[in-house]
Design a binder for this molecule. Structure first.
Ligand code: ATP
Ligand code: MG
Length: 224
């Protein structure tokens, strides 16, 4: 992992930067939808590989460690990765519940790391992800399950490429946009924002991920 030196020979790592961004995001989200007891947030970005799933897992754990009851749902049915990133393994997931009649209690699992966090993985790969996410059953599922948690965090595919996240954004309290520094162009971000605004999504925060630590050094951290 990359590290840079800062005052008194201490180091700041990109892991530290990620943790700090997630703590800031957690605080900002706690001020969003203040009157709601059950807050639902979706995490997306313009394009693949910007860190949506990594941020989703980190954010869900961070909120749960703060004492809140949290549910993390993998709604990226095309490229699910919450299982691998969080190191929680279970055969059946949300698609099995929504499409194959598996009971909800059989798709919910407890996080291996943080006790206040539960997860629903994606499950079996369907041929029609957008149709499932736009279904009445999915909307009813979100409306019902959120009553049992203070926070629900939903990981989704990139909104500049696929319609899935835009569909789900209409059912949540807010959308968190992950922006990868040096990777996301202005036009890609514009398209993603347009897709979200077209459906009336409430964008509540941006996370700048994969930040070039050399830039942080130039802001003073690295000076002896
Ligand atoms: N802050 C970070 N520092 C270093 N590596 C990171 C960081 N965030 C994410 N990554 C790495 O980038 C890759 C993509 O991350 P992740 O799967 O979270 O992105 P994603 O946006 O969910 O991708 P996809 O669009 O495929 O779902 C992974 O290998 C992950 O470990
Ligand atoms: Mg992902």
């Amino acid at each position: 992992m990359a590290r840079i030196k800062r005052k008194k020979n201490r180091y700041i790592s990109d892991q530290t930067i990620l943790e700090e961004s997630i703590r800031t995001l957690r605080t900002n989200l706690s001020f969003s939808s203040v009157d709601k007891e059950n807050k639902v947030f979706l995490v997306t970005s313009s394009k693949p590989e910007e860190g949506k799933s990594t941020i989703s897992v980190g954010l869900a754990r961070s909120i749960a460690l703060n004492g809140e009851k949290v549910l993390l749902i993998d709604c990226d049915f095309r490229n699910p990765s919450i299982s691998k990133i969080s190191k929680n393994y279970h055969k059946e997931g949300l698609v099995d519940y929504l499409v194959n009649g598996v009971e909800l209690r059989n798709v919910k699992i407890k996080d291996d790391m943080v006790s206040n966090l539960e997860l629903i993985l994606a499950g079996i790969k369907p041929p029609n992800p957008s149709e499932i996410l736009g279904s009445k059953k999915f909307k009813t599922f979100i409306d019902g399950i959120k009553k049992h948690y203070s926070y629900v965090i939903i990981d989704t595919p990139p909104v500049g490429v696929l319609t899935d996240a835009a569909i789900v954004s209409t059912m949540v309290d807010g959308v968190v946009m992950v922006v990868s520094q040096n990777k996301t162009t202005d036009s890609e971000l514009d398209l993603a924002m347009k897709n979200l605004k077209n459906v009336g999504a409430n964008i509540v925060g941006f996370v700048f991920n994969k930040v070039d630590i050399k830039n942080i050094e130039s802001y003073g951290y690295g000076k002896e």
